[in-house]
Design a protein around this ligand. Structure first.
Ligand code: COA
Length: 388
């Protein structure tokens, strides 16, 4: 053992640890405030699109109309997948969509035109510029992977992306093979805006750890995708909808939640590592979930969620409030999106955030390598294999 006397304070979960600076997003968890590049998430959710926010995050400024048009066209032009990627999706089609996404993104690195651009200590800028180009391509390609996989596993042909549709509308079009309702597309677009960036969350941290080794962007995004999959991070929306389906009717909600809490189980869609107030993103999804439920003639999902929120309000004194995933699941369900695509949709929205975090890391890099305090045995005599 390294001993207990001189043991340093161990910050489990790295709670409250600052390891880098960032210009991208500001979070004040005590008052539920979130800014992207200084702009309020509320202004962005109400007035921008996924493309506009991706530009803001990647290029550090809001686009002019001409810049936004050019950026939107660049994304639209990069949506197609190389044919071998579709073959890989066919080969792995029975896996979880996050596993298929991880595999396809990994394979895309072999086809990326900038794959040969390596980091050079004396002149890092060409590598950073190539990372930006890769990031724009991945922002465009990830939705195509997710939609193509869903089509293929359902026994249908993938639908080719369209250049005339925005990120959200094109995704719904590729998934269902028909023009999406504009309000549905707007709802998903707002969801992408809200999920685009969120400081040093676990998946962005994973992307930065990969970047800190000077691995290329595809490695960083694969790390992010793998880390997002867990139910404590991106998997919560899926778990919320499973819970809502189990509850079934608004009048069952209170009893269901009480029983789970009595068994010390967690209620998915509540609590957050940084927010001790309501997650500011939840407000927009709450409104969208209510409107979508009414439009679809299914107000009951929203009513169930409201009941759950009412019971959970007593946990607010402990800093446990509703988070972004709570209403996201209801929105995806009302959009007829299968439950196992909820996390990939989160991933789709988060790509710009992962890209910018990797770029920030490359721009001011230091290998991320913390320590673990050894608590095992010391200097044990080595026994030969026959003596064990
Ligand atoms: N339901 C019930 N109790 C919860 C809770 C929830 N959703 N989230 C946290 N708590 C309780 C814990 O049981 C713990 O109680 P204790 O001190 O009596 O043991 C306390 O709050 C602190 O929890 P902890 O896990 O240490 O906090 P954290 O900051 O590490 O947790 C999450 C953050 C997100 C992992 C946690 O809130 C959670 O598991 N939420 C559900 C999953 C979810 O919605 N994830 C999406 C996040 S965007």
């Amino acid at each position: 053992m390294q001993g207990t006397e001189n043991r340093p304070e161990i910050i489990t979960g790295l709670k409250g640890v600052y390891f880098a600076t960032s210009d991208a997003s500001f979070i004040d968890g005590d008052i539920g405030k979130l800014l992207y590049r200084g702009y309020s998430i509320h202004d962005l959710a109400e007035n921008t699109t996924a493309e506009e926010v991706a530009f803001l995050l990647l290029k550090s400024k809001l686009p002019t109309r001409a810049e936004l048009d050019a950026f939107t066209a660049e994304l639209a032009a990069n949506r197609e997948l190389p044919a071998p990627i579709l073959d890989i999706i066919r080969l792995t089609k029975d896996g979880h969509p996050m596993d298929v996404l991880r595999t396809a993104v990994s394979a895309l690195s072999s086809f990326d035109p900038d794959t040969e651009v390596k980091f050079e200590w004396a002149s890092p800028q060409p590598f950073i510029d190539a990372t930006m180009r890769k990031g724009i391509r991945l922002t465009a390609q990830v939705p195509t992977i997710i939609a193509a996989h869903h089509r293929i596993r359902s026994g249908q042909e993938p639908v080719a992306p369209r250049k005339d549709l925005g990120q959200a509308a094109n995704f719904l079009y590729m998934l269902f093979g028909k023009d999406p309702d504009p309000e549905d597309a707007k709802t998903l677009d707002v969801d992408f805006v809200l999920h685009a960036e969120h400081g040093s969350n676990a998946s962005s941290f994973a992307a930065r750890v990969a970047a800190s080794t000077l691995a290329d962007l595809h490695c960083c995004i694969v790390s992010g995708i793998g880390t997002l999959k867990g139910p404590s991070h991106g998997g919560a929306a899926e778990a919320v909808m499973s819970m809502t389906n189990e509850i079934g009717k608004p009048e069952n909600a209170a009893k269901y939640v009480e029983e789970r809490l009595a068994k010390k189980e967690r209620i998915m869609g509540f609590g957050h590592r940084v927010y001790r107030a309501e997650d500011p993103r939840a407000r927009h999804l709450r409104e969208r979930a209510r409107d979508l439920g009414n439009r679809r003639g299914h107000p009951e999902w929203f009513q169930i969620l409201q009941e759950v929120e009412n019971v959970m309000s007593r946990y607010q004194s402990r800093g446990i409030y509703v988070n972004v995933d709570f209403y996201a699941g209801a929105i995806y369900q009302l959009l007829n999106i299968p439950e196992d695509l909820y996390v990939p949709i989160f991933a789709m929205g988060r790509v710009p955030g992962w890209v910018l975090q990797a770029i920030e890391q490359f721009q001011n890099n230091e290998l991320l390598r913390p320590l673990t305090w050894y608590t095992g045995a010391m200097d044990v005599p080595f026994p030969a294999i026959g003596n064990r």
